[in-house]
Design a binder for this molecule. Sequence first.
Ligand SMILES: N[C@@H](CCC(=O)N[C@@H](CS)C(=O)NCC(=O)O)C(=O)O
Length: 211
Amino acid sequence: MTKLYFSPGACSMAPHIVLEELGLPFEAVPVMLRKGEHKTDAYTAINWKQKVPALEVDGKRLTENVAILSWLGWSKPEAKLMPAPGTWEATEALSLLAWFSSGVHPMIGRFFRPSAYCDLPGSEDAVKRLAGEGTAQAFKGIEAMLDGKDWLLGDYSVADAYAFIFLRWANHLGLDVSAYTNYRAHGERMLARPAVQRMLATEAAAQAAAA
Ligand SMILES: N[C@@H](CCC(=O)N[C@@H](CS)C(=O)NCC(=O)O)C(=O)O
């Protein structure tokens, strides 16, 4: 049995989309970050890092989006969501996922918890200003990658599911994304996918149930 531990609206949306795309049975288990459920003993036993996502497959556990998304993509090669392991194309895909995880996510994440990045009194605005500059630079990169292309790696892949969440967060934060026409069109293409709609419905239901 496959289980995804997710929190509505968090970066776990990316593997949640991919699981929906794969069409294999899985259980989506909500871990409400706002309620601190990721810090409970029960969840710490699942992921000692106290973060979502975590993936459980037949009793084995995997954390980190780069690893989870790669494994999911490779688990069903015929879905073609991740290039074959060991190829140059797979390594390029990993390079993009690694940048999303280590560069883009922590940069835009500063807006949500500026005090985690600097706790000097009055530093919040400076953290957000720098986060805005870093996010703009990252979005320019994504915008250029999508120039003349529907999907980041040519064909639709796990990288598109990951990219989708950053634009969604930017919209949620009220950042000005008007300049990123390719990226916004990518977001619309993502929203048109039934798998994305199923993910959003499940996460909205979990959010409502926890309210
Ligand atoms: N490097 C990790 C980052 C995971 C992560 O930061 N998850 C956030 C949600 S987007 C989280 O669980 N935050 C809870 C916290 O830091 O307290 C990955 O890519 O899976």
